[in-house]
Design a protein. Structure first.
Length: 279
């Protein structure tokens, strides 16, 4: 059961990333963020209130969830923009390297990684280097590719911050962690929209983007349930494979093609993520 739930979560995350990336090619990224985060927030608030989940006992957990939400939305904004202008098959695996950030922070503060984790970190670095070696037809596409790579790396940092900052609050209350994280992000995104005044999508497209937020929320719920049903290391590895779904969708729907060295890089990056999660 845990394996099936973790795989379903990975597929849901990969699908939501792909759909949000497509939407970001037609709609301003801040608008996509607002609709995705808002759509998920409506659902999680209803679930939290109906379930009667207890709020945090510690104010530290509350503020950590808020900080995690801000880090996450910054990472998500960079990620969506990278998906919009870059090659999804490359962007998605690089952004997933964010799971390594808490490990790197731990090493910097004196923790010694396991041999498995050390190999995983090395594989991620090598994979990012290889995956980023794209060939471009002209200077404009080359510039877009470099920008997408930088944004993907920044999104990895943002996601890593989210994982690190929401770890303790999630132990206290997963529903309230999600509510606080998404609520903290919305005023920031709304302020960006108010300043830039981007065009809004048609009603049907807007509702579709909001539904993407519900898919993302479903993935979070599935992985949380999987953690209670099976071994954490196995669930973490399988859940971390969500970029595979994005890569496959990009190949089938967008007909993206990557060179052999990039394929090796993508496999190395995803394998490194799996090793870090398992370690």
């Amino acid at each position: 059961m845990a394996i099936a739930l973790a795989l379903a979560a990975a597929a849901s995350w990969g699908l939501s990333d792909f759909l949000a990336g497509l939407a970001s090619r037609r709609v301003s990224v801040p608008v996509v963020l607002l609709l995705v985060e808002g759509g998920g927030l409506v659902v999680i608030v209803a679930i939290t209130l109906l379930s009667g989940a207890a709020f945090f006992d510690s104010s530290r957990d509350f503020w950590s969830a808020i900080a995690g939400g801000l880090s996450g939305v910054l990472g998500l904004g960079c990620f969506y923009r990278a998906l919009a202008i870059g090659t999804m098959s490359v962007v998605a695996p690089i952004s997933s390297a964010g799971v390594a950030l808490p490990v790197v922070v731990g090493i910097a503060t004196g923790n010694r990684p396991s041999a498995l984790t050390a190999v995983g970190l090395a594989a991620i670095v090598a994979g990012v280097v290889l995956a980023s070696r794209e060939e471009h037809a002209d200077a404009a596409s080359a510039e877009a590719g470099r920008t997408a790579l930088l944004l993907a790396l920044l999104s990895a940092v943002g996601f890593g911050g989210f994982f690190a900052l929401t770890d303790a609050p999630s132990d206290a209350s997963v529903p309230w962690t999600l509510v606080c994280a998404r609520s903290a992000a919305l005023p920031f995104v709304a302020a960006v929209i108010a300043y830039n005044r981007p065009a809004w999508p048609a009603r049907r497209l807007g509702l579709g983007i909001a539904a993407v937020g519900c898919i993302d929320l479903a993935a979070t719920a599935l992985i949380a349930i999987a953690n209670t049903k099976g071994d954490l290391s196995v669930v973490s590895v399988l859940g971390g494979m969500y970029p595979v779904a994005t890569v496959l969708l990009a190949a089938v729907v967008l007909h993206e093609r990557v060179r052999a060295p990039q394929v090796v890089g993508i496999v190395l990056a995803l394998g490194g993520v799996a090793l870090v999660a398992a370690g």
